[in-house]
Design a protein around this ligand. Structure first.
Ligand code: C2E
Ligand code: CA
Ligand code: CA
Length: 433
């Protein structure tokens, strides 16, 4: 059997697996476990495309030589194929293995002279200290996962295998796989949080906040799956579910004499990709019609970045929604853009100021003046300002003193499931309780 790859003269995958087995065996007899470094050149495929095969081979040979001379005398250097190399360090603890890896990365840094041009080579590197009962295949797999992390970080540094990262990644993959089905099988739930008139404590609205009641993992918060849904295209389906479920809930509250005494709007969060869908306006119109609600009962919360993409389709969607009569609100105001000029140009009615601003209130006295100025800008644009993240009576009072009219936050009420919110509606006339 051939144990060497012809180009570099280094051992191949088979040679590595044999060396790993040997090292593992000697560790069984009391020695420290071996360390495996896995290295992969950044952007090698592009390099190959632009330089051609012959020059790319020359780069690989130089890299192989540099790794060989930077590695220790007893380390086993192998080439696993393409631009992937492995270095096995017998009986090496993590600190020393990391230092050895970084030394190899540093050795690759000088430009490689190809005669008529020079190229710059960078690599990513993963490290796995073998566990006593691991097979070579397992060790390689986990070194590869660490390599993937190193590549994602792009810092030209060794990354040690970390089981917690692995778990997070597995969960992430699982989430993408299961989310579509979860929407169909009603595993999503809406929580509702009050939006309150600061002067009277009366309810002005409720924000629907989605959670995933996962059969195994329990309640998963939106920050964990909304970005994944947005990236995977599932957000349209999720958004439609939220839209329908929230207006159905509002209709139920309006139709029940025990809760109908309150007059408030439903607020839902809309993702940027939703605005780019031509069907979105129809979905909204249809959901409202099915629930028997006027358009004014619904307010759509959009983040600054979603609303200012300045794309014709987005603009068209916004105008259509505005004409339909639903309220439009900028969410997380103040976090995205420094220019406020757009406030006057877009068809929005409400601005929800990011909770960061209220949090800063406790830190120093000039902050209140700053917030007063923001409120004034919002007001002078003819908009309605809502302040989120109000956690204390003092914060609510301070905001009221500078002319703010609406607020939301744990002080008035945390997000709760629909049944609990129904109980509040029956019991309370004002918030907090
Ligand atoms: P957001 O729209 O800014 O929602 C407000 C978040 O702040 C909620 O977190 C809420 O629970 C939390 N919050 C409310 N009051 C307070 C307070 O007084 N103090 C603090 N520290 N936090 C407070 P949640 O429910 O985890 O939602 C996180 C984000 O997920 C939301 O931020 C929103 O961007 C997104 N999201 C939630 N539901 C949906 C949805 O149905 N569709 C989409 N596209 N995004 C959603
Ligand atoms: Ca929101
Ligand atoms: Ca917000």
């Amino acid at each position: 059997m051939r144990l060497r790859t012809p180009l570099t003269g280094l051992g191949n995958r088979l040679a590595l697996e044999e060396a790993l087995l040997l090292a593992q065996e000697s560790a069984v007899h009391g020695g420290p476990p071996p360390a495996l470094l896995l290295l992969d050149l950044d952007g090698f495929r592009d390099l190959k495309r632009s330089l051609g095969h012959a020059a790319a081979d020359q780069v690989l040979m130089t890299v192989a030589m540099r790794i060989r001379s930077a590695a220790g005398e007893h380390d086993v250097v192998t080439r696993l194929g393409g631009d992937e190399f492995a270095v096995l360090l017998p009986a090496t603890p993590v600190a020393r293995a990391t230092a050895a890896g970084n030394r190899i990365l540093a050795a690759l840094e000088p430009d490689i002279d190809l005669g008529n041009e020079t190229v710059r080579c960078r690599a990513s590197m993963g490290l796995r200290i073998a566990e006593p009962d691991q097979t070579p295949a397992d060790i390689l797999l986990e070194a590869d996962m660490a390599l993937e992390e190193s590549r994602a970080e792009g810092r030209n540094k060794v990354r040690n295998f970390d089981p917690a990262t692995l778990l997070a990644r597995q969960l992430q993959r699982q989430i993408v796989g299961e989310l579509g089905q979860a929407i169909d099988s009603d595993q999503l739930v809406l929580y509702f949080q009050p939006i309150v008139e600061l002067a009277t404590g009366k309810l002005q609205g409720t924000e629907a906040l989605v959670r995933w009641d996962h059969p195994e993992h329990g309640l998963i918060m939106p920050d964990r799956f909304i970005p994944i849904a947005e990236a995977s295209g599932l957000i349209a389906k999720l958004g439609r579910w939220v839209l329908r479920a929230s207006v159905a809930q509002l209709a139920a509250w309006r139709n029940d004499p025990a809760t109908a005494k309150h007059d408030f709007t439903m607020r839902i969060n809309v993702s940027a990709p939703d605005l780019q869908s031509l069907e979105f306006v129809d979905d909204v119109r249809e959901a409202l019609a099915t629930a028997g609600l006027p358009a004014q009962a619904l307010v759509l919360e959009l983040t600054e970045s979603a609303i200012i993409q300045n794309n014709e389709l987005d603009r068209y969607t916004l105008m259509s929604l505005h004409r339909l009569g639903v309220g439009l609100e900028i969410d997380d105001f103040g976090t995205g853009y420094s220019s406020m000029g757009y406030l006057r140009k877009l068809p929005v009615d409400h601005v929800k100021v990011d909770r960061e601003f209220v949090r800063e209130l406790d830190k120093d006295d000039t902050q209140l003046k700053f917030l007063a100025a923001i409120q004034q800008v919002i007001r002078s644009c003819g908009l309605d300002g809502i302040w989120e993240g109000i956690e204390t009576a003092e914060q609510a009072e301070a905001l009221r003193s500078i002319g703010c009219t609406s607020g939301q936050g744990y002080y008035f009420g945390r997000p709760v499931p629909g049944t609990d919110f129904t109980e509040q509606l029956k019991r309370q006339l004002t918030w907090p309780a």
